[in-house]
Design a binder for this molecule. Structure first.
Ligand SMILES: [Zn+2]
Length: 417
């Protein structure tokens, strides 16, 4: 081979290699571009974000990019998260009665105040139509959920007032039983839902407030499913078939939820996503609800301190090999499981951002486009992806709104007769 020939071959190679690289890049780009287009033109709705307690922190600002936590407006914009349920919850599960009502009111007010302060970006929404309208105007739709029925103080009047203040779902029980519903993290005392609990569900139906069955026992779920006239939501639960945790739903529960039009919003908490992690966590720390007891002693109700110390502890245990790494793709596995089980109309996103330990690669809400990219990569149709990102939850909201209207029309007619 003479030098000329060598030079020609070398030049040919120089031409061919970039062409190949360009072709591969173009191939990748078309998937990435498609995912980007779908994601950033969809309503991306997350039904569970524990951010409200951060509103009381001196160092946290919803309007600025924060160095910690999972949610703020800049990162929501970056991740295309344009509809969010801020979940009101109590740091101490056992606060009941009037003090619980007061704490809920404080957080509801803080949500309203943040929406007012950042009204260029945020708008408070109560209905599926209002969310669509907000999206059309480029605004982030803010909704309010209450995580723990004890916050109504056993009073249907308070429940109605919460509805008037914009509360759009109530999780019947949180991590402890209340006086009318059993929690999956507690020893059952009511055998599900009491008669008063059933009245509460009916009143929620009447007011168009979504009934959330995350956190309750299986029996409470089935009692609720039987009494509710409207489809239920699990605002942040995953699949027990993949991670056997009582906070997750069995395949049969998912089938029964779906048969009545409900939706399971997949949560990203690592113990709920991954069986090996869950077992290791239980071995090392007890369980996800009690395992951070020492941190609670140090931090009290300082939520930022709590998250910081929790992250440090997890990093240390992972480095020591005591906790396995959980990758963000596990979220896709759970979504896929539900789709295979009951079709694409009954699954959505309920991260538990700012309230849970996130898997590697889903460090905060700015990483959400990865979910769409993974679904595109798995061959999901655009229309199905839009349903998972938010459409399914909007449908359930509409069904709840319709049931509420029908119940009120019936009442009105019987009042006149
Ligand atoms: Zn929760």
């Amino acid at each position: 081979m003479n030098d000329d020939c060598t030079r020609r071959s070398f030049l040919t190679a120089l031409c061919v290699i970039p062409t190949m690289l360009l072709a591969r890049a173009a191939g990748n780009d078309s998937t990435a571009d498609r995912a980007h287009r779908i994601h950033f033109s969809s309503i991306v709705l997350d039904t569970h974000d524990d951010t409200p307690l951060r509103f009381f922190s001196k160092t946290y600002d919803l309007g600025k990019r924060n160095p910690d936590g999972h949610i703020d407006i800049p990162r929501m914009r970056e991740g295309g998260l344009n509809a969010i349920f801020f979940s009101v919850y109590l740091f101490d599960e056992h606060v009941m009665g009037s003090p619980a009502v007061q704490k809920a009111l404080d957080q509801i007010d803080a949500i309203h105040e943040n929406v007012r302060k950042y009204s260029n970006d945020l708008v408070l929404c109560r209905t599926a139509d209002e969310i669509r309208h907000a999206h059309a105007r480029g605004k982030i739709a803010v909704l309010i959920g209450i995580e723990g029925g004890q916050m109504i103080g056993n009073d249907l009047g308070v429940l109605r007032l919460f509805g008037d203040l914009g509360v759009r779902y109530i999780t019947l029980a949180h991590a402890a039983n209340n006086e009318w519903a059993d929690s999956s993290n507690d020893k059952p005392v009511h055998n599900g839902l009491t008669d008063f609990g059933k009245d509460i569900v009916r009143e929620m139906n009447r007011r168009g407030i979504l009934v959330d069955i995350s956190h309750v026992t299986d029996k409470t779920f089935y009692d609720t499913l039987e009494v509710s006239k409207a489809p239920l939501i699990a605002s942040h639960s995953s699949c027990r078939a993949i991670s056997n945790h009582p906070r997750n739903m069995t395949d049969q529960m998912i089938r029964d939820l779906a048969a009545k039009g409900g939706v399971i919003q997949i949560t990203y908490e690592k113990t709920f996503l991954d069986q090996a992690y869950r077992e290791a966590y239980d071995r090392v720390l007890g369980n996800v609800f009690t395992g951070t007891g020492d941190i609670a002693k140090v931090c009290g109700e300082d939520i930022d301190c709590y998250s910081r110390e929790n992250l440090k502890m997890e990093a240390r245990l992972t480095k020591e090999g005591k906790l396995p790494i959980v990758r963000w793709e596990k979220i896709i596995e759970h979504i896929d499981h539900v789709v295979k089980l009951v079709g694409p109309d009954h699954v959505g996103l309920g991260s538990d951002f700012d309230g849970a330990s996130m898997p590697d690669g889903m460090e905060d809400c700015s990483k959400l486009p990865k979910i769409t990219e993974a679904l595109v990569g798995r061959g999901y149709d655009e229309s199905v992806i839009r349903k998972i990102l938010g459409g399914n939850l909007l449908r359930v909201m509409e069904q709840n709104e319709r049931v509420s209207r029908e119940m009120q029309v019936t009442e009105h007619q019987s009042d006149r007769s």
